[in-house]
Every structure is written in C-alpha cells, then in structure tokens.
Ligand binder design. Structure first.
Ligand SMILES: CC(C)(COP(=O)(O)OP(=O)(O)OC[C@H]1O[C@@H](n2cnc3c(N)ncnc32)[C@H](O)[C@@H]1OP(=O)(O)O)[C@@H](O)C(=O)NCCC(=O)NCCS
Length: 165
C-alpha cells in the first residue's frame, strides 16, 4: 500500500534522526571518516550525521516531508529550493529498513519533484556515494542524469606529511 506523504512536523525531528542513524550506516561520508580516523573529539559518525538534519530544518523546514505507514513515520526527504537559480536540492532521504523495497523512497522523491515543479523550478539535484548501490540505481531510474563525480579527502591535523618521502 502506498505511504502517505505529508509535511514534516516539529515534534518529528527525533524520529527522522533515528531513521537516519540506522539508514546511513555504510553509506555515509561521516561513517567512512570514522572507519579511517576513529571518533573525532569523542563524537561518533551518528552525532555528525544527524546534525545535517538540524541544518535542513534550520534552512527550510517546509521543504521536509515524511512518509507515514500504519500511523508511524517510516521515511523522510529533505529539500530546499534555490528559487533564484531555479534549482531544487534534495540533501537527505531515508526509509526505515523494515519498510524498504516497497516504493516509499521513490514516492518521497516523486513528491519532492512535484513540489519543485509547483514552485516553478527548472532542475532537481541529488547526490549519492559511489558505494551506495541503491542510490546509484534508484536515481537514474527516476530520470536523474549523472553530471559529475567528486572525491572526498580527509587529513589528521596532528600528523605531518613529508611530500618527499
Ligand atoms: C535509498 C532509500 C531511501 C530507498 O528507499 P526504498 O523505499 O527502499 O526505495 P524504493 O522501494 O522506492 O526503491 C528501491 C529501489 O532501489 C533500487 N535497489 C534496491 N536494492 C538495491 C540493491 N541492492 N542494489 C541496487 N539497487 C537497489 C532498485 O532500483 C529499487 O527499485 P525497484 O524495487 O523498483 O527495483 C533507502 O534504501 C535508504 O534509506 N537507504 C539508506 C539511506 C540512503 O542511502 N539514502 C540516500 C542517500 S543518497
């Protein structure tokens, strides 16, 4: 059965953070950093990742939508509109593992695209990691075209690096 997609409400931040920390294990830059460098200042990758949700809420709370099944929030999508540029952005998207593979991710993206069209935007942007097989399948399947690849680097500041050695 299709999920109900509706605007996010203030009291639901803890729930979408809960979905986030569970969903992004293995598909997050913050997790990759922890695997390579360990915790940073006693903060784990989950602590850093959920701050992205705080940023999304601060930037455009009206651009966040949740998917509801059986009266519970089972997924969400965050969006923001750069109206001047005509571009809609989708920074975060996740579905509770127990509800995956039923079209909810697709429904959330389609909902965001409808909103972008409604406000007259020209393009929609979304990103995924090379290691995220689902994102790399789902987004092209929805019509997104690849325009660039990016490499993320990290350096521990308590070490020195001699370029000649
Ligand atoms: C991405 C995500 C939101 C999709 O949610 P979902 O509700 O399962 O998505 P849907 O059921 O609408 O679509 C799943 C699609 O993913 C693709 N997919 C699923 N499993 C896959 C796999 N193992 N390998 C490749 N593609 C896969 C398929 O295209 C599938 O569509 P189909 O069922 O029509 O074949 C969910 O997997 C998730 O929360 N992932 C972790 C967080 C994340 O990666 N977020 C996006 C960051 S870019």
């Amino acid at each position: 059965m299709a999920a109900t997609i509706r605007p996010f409400q203030d009291g639901e931040l803890a729930r979408i953070k809960e979905i986030t920390v569970e969903a992004f294990d293995g598909v997050s830059i913050d997790r990759n950093i922890e695997d390579r460098f360990g915790m940073v200042r006693d903060h784990d990758w989950q602590w850093r990742k959920v701050r992205h949700l705080d940023q999304d809420v601060d930037r455009e709370p009206g651009g966040i939508y949740v998917a509801e099944q059986e009266g519970a929030v089972v997924g969400y999508i965050t969006t923001w509109c750069d109206r001047e540029a005509g571009i809609g952005h989708i920074p975060n998207l996740a579905v509770d593992r127990r509800w995956r593979g039923q079209g909810i991710g697709r429904q959330l993206i389609e909902h965001a695209l409808t909103q972008f069209r409604t406000v007259g935007l020209t393009l929609a942007r979304i990103e995924t990691l090379e290691q995220n097989a689902i994102g790399r399948t789902l987004y092209p399947d929805l019509g997104f075209e690849e325009v660039a690849r990016q490499v993320h680097y990290c350096l521990a500041l308590d070490t020195t690096h001699d370029a000649d050695t």
